[in-house]
Design a protein around this ligand. Sequence first.
Ligand SMILES: Nc1nc2c(ncn2[C@@H]2O[C@H](COP(=O)(O)OP(=O)(O)OP(=O)(O)O)[C@@H](O)[C@H]2O)c(=O)[nH]1
Length: 433
Amino acid sequence: MPDNSIPVTVLSGILGAGKTTVLNHVLRESGDRELAVLVNDMGEVNVDAELVAESSDIADEDEELIELSNGCICCELRGDLLDAIGELSREREFDGIIVESTGVAEPLPVAQTLTLGFDQADLDPTEFYEETGIEPLEGCHLDTTVTVVDAHQFQAAMQSDELLDDDGTEKHLGDLVVEQVEFCDVLLLNKCDLVDDETLEEIEATLEVLQPRAEIVRTEHGRIDPERIVDTDRFDFEAASQSAGWIRELEQPHASAEEEHGVTSFVFEARRPFHPERFADLLDEFPDAVVRAKGHFWIASRGDDAFTLNVAGQSIRVGPGGQWIDSLPAEERREQLEDSPELEEIWHEEWGDRSIRLVVIGTEMDHESLQSDLVDCLVTEAELDADPSTFEDRFPTFEPPEEAAADDAVEGAEADGEHDHDHDATEELGIAD
Ligand SMILES: Nc1nc2c(ncn2[C@@H]2O[C@H](COP(=O)(O)OP(=O)(O)OP(=O)(O)O)[C@@H](O)[C@H]2O)c(=O)[nH]1
């Protein structure tokens, strides 16, 4: 990074977690550091910006405080975010720029926009610039992503059925909390004054499992040393996108016995499909103790299709996982196998690459009971020979992958297109009815 590149800090966190409080504190404590601020406010009334202006004595200097309203910087305002930051960095050599996201923003697309790591997504940068007319970011770099967690609300948020209406897209509160926790460099566990030590330790244990890479700092009223979140040099796109605890658990499963404050995890693996009705029933009654589950699965009624499972708090989403390579036409299958020699290791004589692999993370979770429930969902020997069309299958159907991918690419390219947080085309399960 060139010496004069301005470090950008992105603050995320659900509504009321304390982002503005952190921001105001950092502005007050920043000493000689000249900081610029960019606030994304979805509502009509931009209260945040007023607060920032009041407490930071920068109300008169418009160029140091930019508001982006009526949209979200993780979707339709991605271009505006780049423009605004570009403008700030051309104006003056600030010592840092702090971006406060809305409570519903996902950090990953914001980070993608700022790092222009579009090769990580469905778009290549050239296409993005051509489609949007956005200029590449120069003179500054994404330095730290910070998620503010409300210690007082955390456990309730994970158990909450509340659906946030994010400009037309519905999302569970717990789902958003998990996404924000899984993608960040620093976790501020705020409002520690409202919670006893034991609860704080439990929350920390959960956060550490969900996000092993981030530094966790306890705060009260957002009181954090600015050096912990400004110009830290902690951000690394690759590391951040691979840092979620479930990825680590899948790669290096931990023994179930290794528990701290009741937080445990296990990986469920099988080379036999789930019975679609029994597995759907289990998902309908999935234990509240499960904080997070991720992975892929296979159901007996649709032998060609892989599915993904994404559980975060009360949100249970099933998505398309593509087609099993074993079910592809011979020529295509051969090509895929040549391209991915590692498949040989998992290739099953009869089932090819078909498999179930799920990581489950929970607090005070009854492993044995959940594991045996999962085993009970697998088809029996007799069912293996049954006609698959006789199984009740309430799982959603998805567009073929090529069409879905093409739609996604178009959607992502439209900087001012529809507000869509759910780029992965999963469906929330309400499959009981
Ligand atoms: N008791 C307590 N209250 C806090 C703490 N931090 C923030 N608050 C209060 O919590 C409320 C929400 O804080 P904000 O900083 O506005 O939260 P935010 O994340 O910016 O909220 P939005 O902008 O609405 O998304 C305010 O009334 C704060 O004074 C804390 O550590 N302890």
